[in-house]
Design a protein around this ligand. Structure first.
Ligand code: FES
Length: 121
């Protein structure tokens, strides 16, 4: 499926360890900055479909799910720390010369397997 870059947020607003949720062309994702590097990741845990943002934590190259605590590498989406959940979908992202974060998302809509499940309460 083809992808297109979308301008999402001013880079200055993505502070170190911030975890900011967005919907881009229908795709739920979060943008974070860890040790200076920007990342864009699906906002849906591969364990039980919870949202990482808001509430998740970014630290030392990984994101931790706020629901059960699974951790995933930001570099490749791999689950670490003992669990063996599927890797997270990552999105290419870049910072433009005029200070914006752009994220490449598929041109088609996400399937149900990419949508987070909201808590009932
Ligand atoms: S839903 Fe993320 S660890 Fe269970």
């Amino acid at each position: 499926m083809s992808e297109t870059f979308h301008r999402v947020v001013e880079a200055a607003l993505v502070e170190e360890r911030a975890i900011l949720p967005f919907i881009v062309n229908g795709w739920p994702l979060f943008i974070c900055r860890d040790e200076g590097t920007l990342h864009a990741v699906i906002n849906r845990c591969s364990h039980a479909a919870a949202e990482f943002a808001p509430g998740g934590r970014v630290r030392k190259g990984a994101v931790m799910c706020p629901l059960h605590g699974a951790r995933f590498k930001l570099q490749n989406g791999e689950c670490i720390g003992g669990a063996s959940y599927k890797p997270l979908k990552l999105f290419e992202c870049r910072e433009t010369e005029d200070g914006w974060v752009e994220v490449a998302v598929p041109d088609g809509p996400p399937g149900a397997e990419h949508l987070p499940v909201k808590p009932l309460c």
